[in-house]
Design a protein around this ligand. Sequence first.
Ligand code: SF4
Length: 209
Amino acid sequence: MTVFLSGVQKDLAWSELEERVKKCTRCALSSSRRNAVFGEGSRTARVIFVGEAPGADEDARGLPFVGKAGHLLTQILSSVGIDRKDVFITNIVKCRPPENRAPVPDEMMDCAPYLEAQLALLSPPLIVCLGNTPTKWLLKTTEGITALRGRWFQWRGSFLLPMFHPSYLLRNESKKKGSPKELTWRDINALREKMDALAGENIKGGRSS
Ligand code: SF4
């Protein structure tokens, strides 16, 4: 059953969700984190970016993608005219795993309801998964990011695009044809085109109604 919430109800639900994440002790990551990282960006975002987990910088500041990888993500977005403030950025798990290891399935299972609630409240037409972990989790697949990146998938009424994680790009400097950076350039342009196409459809829909 679809439940429709008013703007005020959505604001209240969002604030309550954020408070719950900040105080959450559902999994063991709560004992080693400094800050839970709820996410950051526009509440009316047309695109939500989902990464794996906060790193050291994010844990220290309580904000997503603020270290080197985050800086690169901001650059990638601005290269096609997307302002970071206009999207929403979060992770599969909201607390930093020790030593920056990947989150384990139990941790993702415990934390997933928060991402599910964020996706339900934002209801974005576009979702971008950054790297293997969010791609495999949301698409429920064992295929890796190299095979899946750059392809559009349907996800509960949204379009979902897997892309390489910016930290992977930091480890792969080449910009040659077929390199991770060059492929990411193609992917971010594909995202830009999809955003423009959806915006065009909305304008046409508005005019015809
Ligand atoms: S990772 Fe998620 S489930 Fe675990 S303590 Fe943090 S917010 Fe709670």
